[in-house]
Design a protein around this ligand. Sequence first.
Ligand code: BES
Ligand code: MN
Ligand code: ZN
Length: 498
Amino acid sequence: MEYSCKLGAADKLKSACLVVGVYKNNRLTPLGQGLDAALGGQLKRILKRQDFAGDLGQTQMLYEPKGCAAVRILLVGLGEQKEFSARQFGLALLPAFQQLDKSAATDCLVLLPNDADDESTYRLVREAVNAAEAGVYRFEQCKSEATPPKHPLKRVEFLAQSRAQANAGNRAAEHGRAIGIGSRLAKDLANLPGNICTPTYLAEQAQALGRGKPKLKVTVLSEKQMEKLGMGALLSVSRGSRQPAKLIVLEYNGGKAGSKPVALVGKGLTFDAGGISIKPAANMDEMKYDMCGGASVLGTIAACAELNLPINVVGVVPSSENLPDGDANKPGDIVTSMSGQTIEILNTDAEGRLILCDALTYTERFEPAAVIDIATLTGACIIALGHQASGLLANDDKLAEELFEASTECGDRTWRLPLWDEYQRQLDSNFADMANIGGRPAGTITAACFLSRYAKAFKWAHLDIAGVAWNSGEKKGATGRPVPLLTEFLLRRCKASM
Ligand code: BES
Ligand code: MN
Ligand code: ZN
């Protein structure tokens, strides 16, 4: 999809559809009022009919408006004007873009609702682009016959009120488009089933991402290489599977040579049956999404490369399956991690931390400025935060604050949980240095406590994305989160270093 901002008279600009926001109780925006005046009051007359009230997400298509260069006008309810925000703008536009994707219009021109400052305009357009990307996303790779829309939406333009506003909007359009590309990659990989998206497939896709990008180097470590490194925890998970584990390493060198990278470590568990501590059957299919952390690392690096960001980023994705097998981990087994610390595996379903701990130790060699791991790590995180926010835990307050601010700003929310020392003793083991589970209380925190023991060498934050990486039910599908948050974080780091 293409996005850009332009200036001009709403009634004179050619487009397949003018998208005109209307606040609740049919209040027009400034550009909407100007358009209505140029069209001799047509819009106000139609609004008086009361079929449309400006409720959030409501739409009304008008055809061949008189005196207008556009073929259609789509009225879009913006909801309460008092509560209006960039987030609300995105929510309002989502159904509009879905409708346009199905209609014969292949382009549209969206009137910006106000002449807000550069920063607010930037947020409005970012949310709008986000809505457009979500609205047109479809996953049909596994259908024998795809049913793409006959006239898909291809170009979205925004009508600004000033040159400054158009500039801010264009910057947002560029960033939003790149985040869209990254999110799409993450969603596609995540939506693929476990029998297609194996660790080997994920590694191949990472290598494909690196092709033709001189700033991106992709390396894939085999089980043999991981053995040499002593990754006993990671390999113990993979031993119960016929698919070989992979350690995928992506190095994006957009920054100055020698400037310390941000490392993103993503859980790439391509199917989690629980192992010998097998999961119940209901909804187990959704455990194909247990690689969403890894997919978000690939997606974020894709966005960085698309934007040519002046920053160094390392992605590390440990990838494996977790299945029951005669050679699988058994409750009570003790393994030695790459760090040398031993782990008593009391529940084989707590496998994410086992593959991540070795990946974290491996990450030390890049001398990272900061490490963020991203994982669908605990069901407990869904109990704590539901499907709104990722759990955020960190050994560094500044890094946590930076991530929290980025997440609030871009709407890809996080909420911090504590990592107090007192929780650590829940991991005590009678037989090894630590157990891999900490009991029912504070399951998300004890999982992060476990990881923290492998993150002592750097500033580290952990994102538990179990509740946000995919939707269940009728609209089952990956969300692409937290690609928006991670890209926002990196964009801000770039800005701060300039
Ligand atoms: N991948 C799961 C976590 C998960 C479960 C995410 C459901 C989203 C939905 C993880 O590997 C796991 O099984 N965690 C266990 C840990 C427990 C055994 C300490 C869990 O959350 O039940
Ligand atoms: Mn598990
Ligand atoms: Zn898992």
